[in-house]
Design a protein around this ligand. Structure first.
Ligand code: GDP
Ligand code: MG
Length: 438
């Protein structure tokens, strides 16, 4: 989705002003990008109507470049579509709070139970996981393993056949043992069926969970939307947790699920590990979809992963607009870890294409290729890539064994990143938003 929208905006770049005709052209590209990203047709149609209504009323902003204006409009509409002011807090009660997880088999319920328990524990509260998936023999064992990994007790009854009784007993056990939150790990099915829905409805009726969360697999596109519809019809859902949105900015399904069910997205799963659950922020997600990158998340992640001092320095240089290819080269060395690089680049503005270059192929080789190009530049060139003309480009390409186009691509990507960074100086994401609105 991100790449599609980026190329849509790129097409508009360089055109003087937002006119009736280039606006229509731009909107068509946005529409195609959304459809390609598996956002359902009805959702796209409604969304496009909303955007063109908004765009028509905006002739005041004639000083803006067309792609900036359109990005601003699309961004606002996306945030609205994704839920505006989100509220990813759990609102725990004084008494025991009961959370019910439901969803198809393999959606990520059991994993998400563990992730939530971990977050609750970090808030100084006590969670209890309840093994209510009695469909698959291994499900109870899996929950015990998950519970152990996040230091959370698991309530299960060996040989039990009635999940409703197990849930009721778990809540009773929680009351008697000073537990704050019970998380019910219910059974799933490969596809929606009446028996599954009936079981969930009965749990809902007899155990009175305070919140019912639907867990959907973000990689399944339209299937995620259909299952969300079915669960939402059967149950009174309080929130959706979309899993497997690791690294790259998919999110087509997320848009549709929110639009079709009206149920707020509460969390997104970003890895199979227990720390891979993030509160859902519509504004952050919208800017990620738009390819502006989420500078804040990037630094939050960097701070966890790298040498603090180095991070501090880089952040200062970025904000002062002094980030050079030399810094970029240092970053390459520091983040030479598979997966992490893609994740970081995916969050940087304008780096979508570079992420693609790194995907699939031999990761180490790509790092060497990028590093090699930068190494073949003189230090003057690294500090001011604008100096790199045709003959310098030829020399760098020869020196690093790549084509001149590849050198060009690297510089172009770096340029668009650096200028966006400069624009954000001091203001972080808020600054970027302001910049687009002005
Ligand atoms: P359940 O059947 O709904 O309980 O699903 P599980 O919790 O057993 O998860 C099914 C598979 O999805 C497991 O292999 C998990 O490791 C994986 N998984 C769950 N959430 C995520 C996520 O956010 N990202 C990734 N990459 N994998 C996930
Ligand atoms: Mg499970």
């Amino acid at each position: 989705l991100q790449d599609g929208l980026q190329s849509a905006f790129k097409t508009l770049r360089g055109q003087g002003r937002l006119t009736e005709s280039n606006m229509r052209e731009g909107l068509k590209l946005v529409e195609n990008a959304l459809l390609e990203a598996d956002v359902s047709y009805d959702v796209v149609k409604a969304f496009m109507q909303d955007i063109s209504d908004k765009a028509v009323g905006q002739d005041v902003l004639k000083s803006l470049k067309p792609e900036q204006q359109l990005v601003g409009i699309v961004n606002e509409a996306l945030i609205e579509l994704l839920g505006g002011d989100s509220d990813p807090t759990l609102h725990l009660k004084q008494d025991v709070t009961v959370l019910m997880m439901c969803g198809l088999q393999g959606a990520g319920k059991t994993t998400t139970c563990g992730k939530l328990a971990r977050l609750i524990g970090q808030d100084g509260k006590k969670a209890l996981l309840c093994a209510a998936d009695l469909q698959r023999p291994a499900a109870v064992d899996q929950l015990h393993i998950v519970g152990k990994s996040v230091d959370t007790p698991v309530y299960s009854e060996p040989g039990a056949t009635d999940p409703i009784a197990v849930c009721q007993n778990a809540v009773k056990h929680a009351r008697e043992n000073g537990i704050d939150v019970v998380i019910l790990d219910t059974a799933g099915r490969l596809a929606i069926d009446e028996e599954l829905m009936q079981q969930l409805k009965t749990i809902d009726l007899k155990v009175h969970p305070d919140k019912a969360f639907l867990v959907v697999d973000g990689m399944t596109g339209q299937d995620a939307v259909n299952s969300a519809k079915a669960f939402n019809n059967a149950l009174d859902l309080n929130g959706v947790i979309m899993t497997k949105l690791d690294g790259d900015a998919r999110g087509g399904a997320l848009l549709s699920v929110k639009q079709v069910t009206g149920v707020p997205i509460k969390f997104i799963g970003t890895s199979e590990h227990m720390d891979g659950l993030e509160p859902f922020h519509p504004d952050r997600f919208a800017s990620r979809i738009l390819g502006m990158g989420d500078i804040q998340s990037m630094f939050e992640m960097a701070q966890r992963e790298f040498d603090q001092e180095q991070v501090q320095k880089t952040q200062e240089r970025l904000q002062k607009g002094q980030f050079t290819l030399d810094d970029f080269r240092k970053q390459l060395n520091q983040i030479a870890r598979p997966g992490l690089m893609q994740k970081m680049l995916g969050m940087m503005p304008g780096m979508g294409e570079m992420t693609k270059m790194l995907q699939g192929g031999d990761h180490e080789k790509e790092m060497r290729r990028l590093g090699g190009m930068i190494d073949s530049m003189t230090s003057v060139e690294r500090n001011d890539p604008k100096l790199i003309d045709n003959s310098r480009r030829q020399r760098i390409a020869k020196g690093s064994g790549v084509s001149p186009q590849e050198v060009n691509e690297l510089i172009k990507q770096f340029d668009s990143m650096a200028s966006l960074m400069k624009g954000m100086a001091g203001g972080g994401m808020g600054g970027a938003m302001d910049m687009m609105r002005k």
